[in-house]
Design a protein around this ligand. Structure first.
Ligand code: ATP
Ligand code: MG
Length: 313
């Protein structure tokens, strides 16, 4: 990575140079490389874990954080598809553990965002037997090479869940505003806490502001009050999510950012610890254009790569 702001002119004397350095664009040696290991999980299946992992991971990489995405969904892997990397999978984490290849051979570096790396755990053709420590054994070897490691957990709370949470020190629980999803998320949060993972945050996905307004859907506050943990992001229901999945292009890569793309980028900024306000979907139901502009103004991006927004969705 280069830092165009670090020219000879603006460096001055070495001490002045330190104080003037633009910390928004850290050079390689300044990066904090001891990964936060975050599992993306849920109780109920199909609520948006893989969608969230692909978009948050890509957004973090766009923010120039070295990020590894691990697909821990044994047998039913599909993070490779959402990332558009399915044709590049030759070896997997399971092959590494079975001594069929070296770990470096299973790591796939994204060509669109060089800070993004993908590690599929098992091949879709051959579901692998694995232990609770399998994924931890791999991650332990590379935890110092990344700033963020996001683990896409399988649905349910059987063996795959335990292997996915084992290396994690934080969790994002994806939930939709529906009773079954919330009840299952509550059980999962209990298990995470019982296993020492106490830094837990919510991603509330598939939110429909119009339904909330007409009292047909639980509000964001309702969901948070029931589950009692902080919200990292709220993502609207949108056909753009499905289009992006089919293309293998995470929404946050769009040149004109859609509303759900903006919501994922907002969540990535909050994950970094920025105090960016939560995107306001309720306003969107009243006046979508006004709301999205309000959300953009709230956003404090470093992004120089994107110039425009698609306000239609
Ligand atoms: N915000 C959204 N708007 C519209 N569709 C969505 C949204 N989020 C997810 N989906 C769709 O829901 C389906 C399930 O999403 P995804 O695969 O991310 O869920 P999952 O929790 O990983 O599922 P599983 O438990 O099977 O691993 C996909 O078809 C996806 O495109
Ligand atoms: Mg999934």
């Amino acid at each position: 990575m280069t830092n165009n702001n670090l020219t000879t002119e603006n460096k001055g004397s070495s001490l002045d140079g330190e104080s003037q350095r633009d910390t928004a664009f850290p050079i390689e040696s300044e990066r904090k490389l001891k990964a936060r290991v975050i599992v993306i999980t849920s109780g109920k299946g199909g609520v948006g874990k893989t969608t969230t992992t692909s978009n948050l991971g890509m957004a973090l990489a766009r923010l120039e954080h070295k990020t590894l995405l691990v697909d821990a969904d044994i047998g039913l892997r599909n993070l490779d598809l959402l990332l558009g990397l399915e044709n590049r999978v030759i070896y997997t984490g399971a092959d590494v553990l079975n001594d069929k290849c070296r770990l470096e051979q299973a790591l796939i570096q994204d060509k669109r965002e060089p800070d993004l790396t993908f590690l599929p755990f098992s091949s879709s053709q051959s579901p692998t037997q694995f232990s609770r420590k399998s994924i931890s054994n791999l991650i332990d070897r590379i935890v110092n090479d990344y700033e963020y490691i996001l683990i896409d957990s399988p649905a349910g709370i059987d063996d795959g869940f335990w292997a996915a949470i084992d290396p994690a020190n934080e969790a994002l629980i994806v939930v939709t505003p529906e009773v079954p999803s919330i009840r299952d998320a509550d059980k999962v949060i209990g298990r995470l806490i019982a296993n020492g993972i106490e830094n837990n945050k919510l991603i509330i996905n598939r939110v429909q502001p119009k339904m909330i307004k007409s009292d047909e859907m639980m509000s964001i506050d309702d969901v948070q009050n029931i589950l009692g943990i902080p919200i990292l992001g709220v993502i609207p229901e949108s056909k753009q999510v499905i289009i992006a999945s089919n293309r293998g292009e995470p929404l946050v890569l769009d040149q004109k950012l859609s509303f759900p793309g903006l919501a994922f980028e907002n969540a990535a900024q909050r994950l970094q610890g920025k105090t960016t306000e939560l995107i306001d979907l309720n306003k969107a139901s009243e006046n979508p254009v006004k709301a999205i502009i309000g959300n953009i103004l709230n956003r404090k991006p470093k992004s120089t790569k994107r110039g425009d927004y698609d306000l239609k969705n």
